[in-house]
Ligand binder design. Sequence first.
Ligand code: SF4
Ligand code: SF4
Length: 434
Amino acid sequence: MQTSFTPAQLADPHVAESEKILRRCVHCGFCTATCPTYVTLGNELDSPRGRIYLIKDMLENGRPADEEVVTHIDRCLSCLACVTTCPSGVDYMHLVDHARIHIENTYRRPLIDRLIRSLLAAVLPYPARFRAALVLAKLGRPFAPMLKRFPALKPLGAMLDLAPRTVGRASEAARPGSNPAQAAKRGRVAILSGCAQPVLDPGINGATLRLLARLGVEVVVPEGEGCCGALVHHMGREDAALDFARRNVDVWTREIETGGLDAIVITASGCGTTIKDYGHMLRLDPAYAEKAARVSALARDITEYLAMLDLPKLEPKRLNVAYHSACSMQHGQKITALPKNLLKAAGFTVRDPAEGHLCCGSAGTYNILQPEISAQLKARKVRNIEATKPDAIATGNIGCITQIASGTAIPILHTVELLDWAYGGPKPQKLAGR
Ligand code: SF4
Ligand code: SF4
């Protein structure tokens, strides 16, 4: 694609990067076929190619974002299916990141939208606040149908609908400290305890700690670590996202330089995609660029780390598991066969739902901010999963777990919970009676 940025515009490193990305696009449109919003809405402006044109026009003309651009960029899930499909290697992820920052800096959203976004940014990344909000959500749930009658308040209704009916106790795994290896020591890793995940499903990091300890891996939860920043990053709040990133880089760098780390293990693929991008996010910060690149190089999804430990092959179990590959896993991190191979080696029968490349509609805060498109994608995803007639569903991202669980009675677990059980841990409560 030809571009016509001026030398003055290209002096801005963000614009210079976006220009390089734009020039790779050859307008072929292959990406439209795998874009969940294009498949759902059928509008070219809700396809990757359409959004690329909108972003190009906005940046090239140095214009503030307008309502049209905001509407179509807001509808993008950042699922990155287009990146997987694109034959020209267009780095849509960093292009849309730039567009979101530009929108945040130049567009004044309606008041209710601003308030809801500020509320999400102030609550979700902080486990204590999020836990308190979920308790309040239980009280507010009866008002959800009424809120959904007003277009501007639909996100609040969606938030109440998505809140789990019970809020578990805080996870031991989220507490700072060291979890020693219980067998001959094979490694030392840090685990990202995370923000929303330990509140919504504390069992995931618990299973990770148990399994790694039995496999001879010491796991540390360093003091001071927090949200990876993905939630605010996807809202275009770059300063806040970089603050989260810097804090984690500092904490992990201290750990690398004192006890040494073989990996930074992440159990939510949405966070994994962001942490693997810290090197890029902080590339322009001379005080952090090198440290951030080192952290990104050490980041591993839990399944990537487990695959390095050569787990033994186990006898087949009578449990059919539909594997849902989160977008951040398959498109963001390009981890596709690995989790399924681990499940198969552990004795589970793994089933692949149709249209596995399509997002379930969770996408961070998307299911709150775009509840209608999200609900359509969820229904499609659940239909495809249920068609495989599984006993359970496995996936590697808490967002997908919450989203899919709200649409089906089939139990959905994190892959590591099934692996922990298969390799000597307790049977997950969600599978009781199966
Ligand atoms: S597939 Fe790639 S090159 Fe083709 S239109 Fe989409 S982004 Fe552009
Ligand atoms: S990130 Fe997903 S929703 Fe956004 S343009 Fe690409 S395929 Fe479509």
